[in-house]
Design a protein around this ligand. Structure first.
Ligand SMILES: [Zn+2]
Length: 701
């Protein structure tokens, strides 16, 4: 019997107890990361991707002065696109063939010898730029030289799709100093862009990094984003800018935003788990493997509790980032959050006492590695597929949802937040889900975002926050988690550009600004769960007043009298939805299954036309194929039903926050903390609590 029980590696018999009892083995530390010298986790690439061996590293540097937006003059030049007919192709990589889908992966991608994608220099005087993008997160498919210092650039669409061009990250070599170069990206697909609102491209000079420690900086002049119709009748958009390189014969990089690769994340996680202090309260586990076999990591961060009851009473906070690979902003916010929450700051200590943090820092490692903007290797936007039952096609989000379900079974989840980047709006803002059906929770979902805006008034814009749940957003993380019973379920967006508010107005965000946002999430969490509910109530009052004003405006627009009640008008009448978000429509099943369904439909059409009698074998084959298509639709239907049931199942968890515990009653509502979190000045009582932590046992939990 004992042997049979012990077959699982999870269980062990505790021989010290009498009689021996069966218990779960202590979780191991990061068993998936190899240890020792030279241990290096190498990303797995699809086998059709060519990858150069160079290891790309960028110095982290913050410009000493704020970087202002570009001020358009109105006379910016919009070059006509001439293409290969009048230009010379100087760089080209093979795109994935249209209609293909992910089959296999390996370290280093393709087995074939690396082809030279760029032209060679004819002589030392040759001024042609040497392009390269076949490195982690790189994206540039083609460069055409259309003048001595002018290039037309084509971005690679997301793998196995024909769209989602936005993210660019490439290298140029053989630069000349003080010469004006012009670059024009010719195949962007969004009509609106922050480049028309002052955003500048980012550039990195290898020589400046080595000699002066300078990192990424905003550059560019004559910046214009404009429409262009191709000869095939397709409407695309171009981004053009001019730039002078700081050095001759330099290696420089351009990017849509500060890059943050899967390797960057792994190196960071290794430093976390390598720290003996952090490892006491920060556990790293593989959540699952992505389609290509890369590990999706899960961090659990909490202080050890004093006993089982205290541990069970802890609420959970769930954070995730980088479901959209091109939104590197989210990784920098996540870095800032992790830096703070594992730190020795008293507030971090308090948060680890109060909560269990479940963190998925990179939801889509494959997309990040190959330089996609939005999709996974299933060729689909994962943030439209959180309801999926297709575990094999969408493992990263399937396992994330399953993990959250497990957490919900054992404790309340106070807040879920999926972190994103936004290409069409400035500032930082959040999307949430309107709890209008729960009268006692009315407007509560807006309190956390409002508190954020009060804590970072020069970056966070509450007016840009939206709370309507649109039908087309039913598959997003925030809506699915909300339907599972998480009242405060959010998407947090941070711009690729900068702020239009207060002291930061008209300046680009640096990656440090985004890291500080990670800290402000922690800071606001403490305000949000403050046992003295004054701040909470004050925010609720403000929100109620704001809504009343909106309703009155709407009523007067409609010509109704002011005495009409709230019930005369619904929230959706006075508020816009998240249609302004960086959204994409659901594209249906993953690329490889879509192929199967398409094939099936084509065959069906063909057969219908010919009206031929089928043999028994043909009929059986056809039924089998139809079953696949039907099963896909059926699974999604069942899941939709399941989500509704889940919502009912978890509705009992939508309970108000408990009354204050004695020790925390004295929080001073007026004292605001400074940025220096190691010196918590929130209030005396909180300090007292923190001091107690360091000196005596804490009775909060
Ligand atoms: Zn996004």
């Amino acid at each position: 019997m004992e042997t049979a029980l012990l077959k699982s590696k999870q269980r062990m018999l505790d021989q010290l107890e009498s009689p021996s009892i069966l218990r779960l083995r202590e979780p191991r530390n990061l068993f998936s990361l190899p240890r020792g010298r030279n241990s290096k986790l190498t990303p797995l690439w699809p086998i059709e991707c060519e990858v150069i061996e160079d290891h790309i590293y960028h110095t982290e540097w913050v410009p000493p002065e704020p970087e202002p937006f570009y001020q358009p003059t109105g006379n910016e030049f919009a070059p006509e696109i001439v293409g290969e007919s009048s230009g010379t192709v100087v760089f080209c990589i093979e795109p994935a063939i249209t209609g293909t889908y992910f089959i296999a992966s390996r370290v280093g991608g393709s087995r074939q010898p690396l082809k030279s994608a760029a032209v060679s220099l004819k002589d030392p005087e040759d001024t042609v730029l040497l392009f390269e993008s076949r490195f982690e997160s790189g994206n540039l498919q083609k460069a055409v030289r259309v003048g001595e210092y002018e290039y037309e650039l084509t971005l690679r669409t997301d793998l196995y799709t024909s769209k989602h061009t936005q993210w660019y990250y490439f290298r140029v070599q053989n630069t000349r100093k003080d010469v004006k170069y012009r670059f024009t990206i010719v195949n962007l697909m969004k009509a609106k862009s922050l480049y028309n609102m002052g955003m500048k491209p980012l550039m990195y000079s290898q020589k400046d990094a080595e000699s002066q420690g300078i990192g990424w900086r905003r550059v560019g002049n004559d910046i214009k984003y404009y429409k262009y119709n191709t000869e095939e009748g397709q409407t695309l958009y171009c981004l053009t800018w001019t730039v002078c390189f700081p050095n001759s014969y330099d290696t420089c990089y351009f990017a849509q935003f500060y890059p943050y690769t899967y390797s960057d994340l792994q190196n960071y996680l290794l430093t976390l788990v390598g720290n003996p202090l952090y490892s006491q309260y920060c556990k790293l586990r593989p959540l699952c493997n992505s389609l290509a076999g890369n590990i999706v990591y899960l961090l659990t961060i909490t202080n050890p509790s004093k006993g089982v009851i205290a541990a069970a009473a802890k609420k959970a906070i769930i954070l995730s980032a980088r479901v959209h690979p091109g939104e590197t902003n989210s990784s920098w916010v996540m870095r800032g959050f992790l830096d703070f929450i594992v730190s020795d700051a008293p507030d971090a200590h308090l948060l680890r006492d109060l909560f269990i943090f479940k963190v998925v820092p990179m939801l889509n490692p494959d997309g990040v590695i190959v330089g996609n903007y939005r999709c996974s290797l299933a060729g689909r936007d994962l943030n439209r597929n959180y309801r999926t039952e297709l575990k094999e096609s969408f493992p990263c989000i399937w396992y994330t949802r399953a993990m959250i379900k497990r957490v919900l079974e054992e404790r309340e989840v106070l807040l879920y937040c999926d972190i994103h980047g936004h290409s069409r709006k400035n500032n930082i803002f959040m999307y949430g889900c309107n709890n209008k059906h729960a009268q006692n929770q009315l407007l509560h979902e807006r309190i956390f975002p409002l508190m954020m805006s009060k804590n970072i008034p020069d970056k966070f814009c509450f007016n840009s926050c939206k709370f309507q749940v649109q039908k087309c957003k039913e598959g997003t993380g925030r809506v699915v988690m909300w339907r599972m019973g998480i009242l405060n379920s959010y998407t947090m967006e941070s711009t690729f550009s900068g702020s239009t508010l207060g002291a930061k107005s008209s300046c680009h965000f640096t990656f440090e600004d985004l890291k500080s946002l990670g800290y402000h999430v922690c800071d606001t969490l403490l305000d949000f769960c403050d046992p003295d509910r004054s701040k909470f109530q004050q925010c609720l009052l403000e929100l109620t007043e704001l809504l009343k004003q909106k309703i009155q405006t709407k009523l007067s627009e409609l010509g109704k009298n002011m005495e009409s009640t709230w019930s005369d008008i619904s929230l959706s009448d006075v508020e816009s939805s998240t249609s302004g978000s960086d959204s994409s429509q659901s594209d249906g099943p993953p690329a490889h299954l879509l192929k199967m369904v398409e094939k099936d439909c084509n065959e069906k059409k063909k057969k219908k036309k010919k009206k031929l009698l089928r043999t028994r074998k043909e009929r059986n084959d056809l039924h089998q194929k139809l079953d696949v298509s039907h099963a896909l639709k059926h699974k999604e239907k069942v899941l939709n039903r399941g989500e509704e049931e889940d919502r009912e199942t978890w509705s009992h968890r939508l309970r108000p926050f408990p009354r204050p515990t004695a020790r925390l009653l004295g929080w001073d509502q007026d004292a605001r903390r400074g940025e220096n979190t190691s010196n918590c000045q929130k209030c005396q009582a909180k300090q007292l609590h923190n001091n107690n932590h360091q000196t005596a046992s804490c009775s909060i939990l």
